[in-house]
Ligand binder design. Sequence first.
Ligand code: CU
Length: 336
Amino acid sequence: MYASVFTIFTIATTASFAIAAPQVKERSNTTSASCGTVSQRKSWVDLTNDEKTAYLDAEVCLMSLPATAGFPGAQTRWDDLQFAHINSTNVVHDVGGFLPWHRLYMYTHITMLQNECNYTGVQPYWEELLDSSNLTASSIFDPVYGFGGDGNGTDECITDGPFANVTLHLGPIYEVTDHCISRSLNDNAIKWANQTYLDIVFAAQNYSAAWPLFSSWPHTAGHAAIAGVMLDVTCSPGDPIFFLHHTNLDRLWWEWQAMDLTTRLTDMDGQNVPTAEYIAEMGIYNVTDSWLDYDGDNGGNVTTLNHTLSVLGLVPNATIADVMDIQGGLLCYEYV
Ligand SMILES: [Cu+2]
């Protein structure tokens, strides 16, 4: 039953993206000739307590606003945001578009915080390298100036911090159920964020070699180290730590691009359809022919700069070319 609902929904929404959300640039104090005001994305540990509070409050705000997108099962704007990931899962993981799509998704998230919750701060990232030998000591788990700590009991619900009483409505996988934000911290998994693995990733000479390494090591690190909701391939954005984690991954991709910017601003490759093994292992839907006809790559299975990135209208569709440069016009930020 869920399968048919989702299939119909995919076809219906990918065809119409006239719902244009207003675009605002992230705010900060430097300017760029190419995109105007450049937002400085900062490590969580470099925010002041007031800045941390403002960010956490904005996330709580998004979780309290009613859903407006008409997505099945969504009750809040947080659910709307999560649904865009759920519905896209099988075309944005284990594919070349993995990093570009999540770059647009981070932009979607910060844009919603700004437009709908009056957030004026920056998008922080979780510098996982710093915590890669001692996960539980991380300040991101602070109960006041952080996201709360580990889950407890058989359901692994978090019990402290600003999100302790949040009810998620989507998940697991494609189900629609009420549940808590769960975590099961794993000190072993965070090692994949350490320098040994970063060196492996950064040694890749082109995007074709790099994207699977980003996906396997620094990407898996944060998901598996937090676990619970964060280990759900479709629903992981239900835990707000997701956005700090994926912003960090975006930062790492940008740092890799910046090592040879002339080449890497246009270096794209990879498959458009996940492997059969990945789809089976994750329990996600097969990719439909209608998506492959629609995605901008002429029905083929090679990801190009012309590839369409969709967050189901939460912000307008973009192409991969639109997000290759983090100061390219649509995007306007830097990592500090
Ligand atoms: Cu994802």
